[in-house]
Design a protein around this ligand. Sequence first.
Ligand SMILES: [Mn+2]
Length: 362
Amino acid sequence: MLPFVDDLMPIGEFSERSGLSPKRLRSYSAGGLLVPAAVDSASGYRYYSSGQLRDAELIDALREAGMPLAGIGALIRDPSREQLDAWARRMEMDATHRQKALDRARRLLSIEATSPPVDDARAGKEPTMRLRTASRTDIGRVRDNNEDTVVSSDHLAAVADGMGGPPGGELASSVATALVAAAFTGSSLDELQAAVRSANRAIWDRAGASGELEGMGTTICAAGLTDDGDLVVVNVGDSRACLWHNGSLTQLTDDHSITAELVRRGMLSAQEALEHPHRGILTRALGVGPDVELDSFAHPAVEGDRVVVCTDGLFNEVPDDEMASLLAATKDLQATADELVELALSRGGRDNVSVVVAEIST
Ligand SMILES: [Mn+2]
């Protein structure tokens, strides 16, 4: 692709706009990672194009994540989720390895840590409740890619339903679940809200930095369990959290869609909403603006209660009463998640289908 002449900028200006020093840019150029778009044959001056700003930012992010330059080159030529996942596992292993080495050094020196390591932060407290979770996500029967992501741990159950087409939809959705999972440690509703807000900001910034990703966004529905024993929920968009308590299923969150709003105002029946031409239009999503309005609440967690967090690909195919019968009939969490998804697929699977089933337990 030939850059337009008025799109070119000298290294100093590119350095300023990308936030990378000329020295670092030269090293990327020497390594073949980010080669200037043009060179003045008379003066030898190097010029970069504005389209290279995203690459510069990407290279820098991967470098800060500790990836060697050779690995970055391979990833830029052929970006894949597998490579990023592999690197994430490697980072985790490295961190564990370093932590163990440091612990060994501490024992040899007989110098204890001033503050307990993060993993032991809860050790001093009374044993609290936790979530037992199972999840399943499926591309469905019609779509070409899965823009849903799920995340679950002993204190978080969340789904995100990306939009904007490839590659933005998948990226927005996976950034949202990954950032919320990383930022929410189970301390409070405030923490979960902050996690979702920062995910919104990250997606918004990312979408604006690249033409290819413009228009990407995602829903997020996250249910967390705090150390104080509260069930905390934050929702943006039309994914859903439902509570299974004493044998009945209640929808905890409001969908942020045009049709859901019309149903709430009594202008449309739930059945009509399923076939409405505007059923896919959201009134809120992450990544659409620099700030986002959240729905959030907390209430005391009850042992034995279950929370079902799912994307619209599930509840548009499987009515609430069938979901409730399945929950009543099935004790095993993974079997519940699998059967819910299978049911949605058997009804047509017209969208990606994702669910996390979480049980509050001690
Ligand atoms: Mn969907």
